[in-house]
Write a protein that binds this ligand. Structure first.
Ligand code: PBG
Length: 336
């Protein structure tokens, strides 16, 4: 595309900004509730709503309240909810066995939501960190994060999630080869319609800090995740990983974090045209909320502008902790 325009005064760009009606006519991108995936934190117990200090207005919810949240999301028109478990420290082991317990917190929450609100799509996180005594996404031996052994464990975790009724599996672990292994196992087990959204380009980022507080992983994590999550300096590598995951059977791909990596979103969508999502992660949410709470920015406007940026970059949707708030602001169906 090579946009052309006349010189001044034949061309005046301000003509098409002169009124709300004309601005609406020429708006290139829109944000709607159908673009949203809402990540929620699940904890044990009944009737519990536990605030997360570093994520204002976000709570860890017991399964009964997660079901209420799913109902609220469905009523608002949000198409999908994504579950993250806050696992009790006593269940974290070196072998991560709780990850493939068919009755673990995530699987109980999937069943309860699918029972009460079948119309909402349930997405899960496939990674070992909530269950790992070492806090890593893969199995650790002698300080090394094992790849192939972790993939075998992730396959077991993915299968129990599919069995519990998950619609979309989100492998966020960054081990090599896990998409293909999970896809083969799903087909063999008859879960042919379970979709995979690969966290294909996931960077080793400082912006996950509040999330690790939310799932209780901050204390557990030994070292960092740089041997499996990507170097923030790299961009071509992201394209190669996206291509690899698509070839292995990913239905959708994700870039994470979001706003600092919009260039990656744009390159990925332009190159592959696959359903492409961004994760506006906990640290991005926390920054906007903190500035808004200090009165330094307008929270609603910054929220909408940050989400619109993902659409402009070419994303098909966004995982965001703002999902219910922006859905309420959008008032259901009409896009902004
Ligand atoms: C871990 C996982 C992380 C997030 C989603 N899944 C954190 C990490 O990799 O340490 C981060 C999400 C957020 O920050 O909002 N499997």
């Amino acid at each position: 595309m090579r946009p052309i325009s006349a010189a001044m005064p034949q061309s005046r760009f301000r003509r098409l900004r002169a009124s709300p009606a004309v601005r609406a006519m020429v708006q290139e991108n829109t944000l709607s509730v159908a673009d949203l995936i809402w990540p929620v934190f699940v904890r044990d117990g009944v009737g519990l709503r536990e605030p997360i200090h570093s994520m204002p207005d976000v709570n860890r919810l017991s399964v009964d309240l997660v079901v209420e949240a799913a109902k609220e999301a469905a009523d608002l028109g949000i198409p999908a909810i994504c579950l993250f478990p806050y696992t009790d420290a006593s269940l974290k082991t070196v072998g991560c066995e709780e990850a493939w317990n068919p009755d673990n917190l995530t699987n109980r929450a999937i069943r309860a939501i699918k029972d009460a609100v079948p119309q909402i799509a349930v997405m899960t996180d496939v990674a070992l960190d909530p269950y790992n005594a070492d806090g890593h996404d893969g199995l650790v031996r002698d300080g090394i994060i094992l790849n192939d052994e972790s993939v075998a464990a992730l396959v077991k975790q993915a299968l129990v999630q599919a069995e519990a009724g998950a619609d979309i599996l989100g492998p966020s672990d960054m081990m090599d080869g896990r998409i293909g292994a999970i896809r083969v196992a799903l087909e063999a087990a008859g879960h042919k319609d379970v979709a995979i959204m690969s966290y294909a380009a996931k960077y080793a980022s400082a912006f996950y800090g509040p999330f690790r507080d939310a799932v209780g992983a901050t204390g557990a994590l030994k070292g960092d995740k740089k041997t499996y999550q990507m170097n923030p300096a790299n961009s071509d590598e992201a394209l190669r990983m996206i291509e690899r995951d698509l070839r292995e059977g990913a239905d959708m791909v994700m870039i994470k974090p979001g706003m600092p990596y919009l260039d990656i979103c744009q390159r990925v969508k332009a190159m592959f045209g696959a359903p492409t999502f961004a994760y506006q992660v906990s640290g991005e949410y926390a920054m906007i909320m903190a500035a808004a709470q200090n009165g330094w920015i307008d929270g609603d406007r910054a929220m909408v502008e940050s989400l619109m940026a993902f659409k402009r970059a070419g994303c098909d949707g966004v995982l965001t902790y703002f999902a219910p708030r922006v859905a309420r602001l959008l008032g259901g169906a009409s896009p902004v």
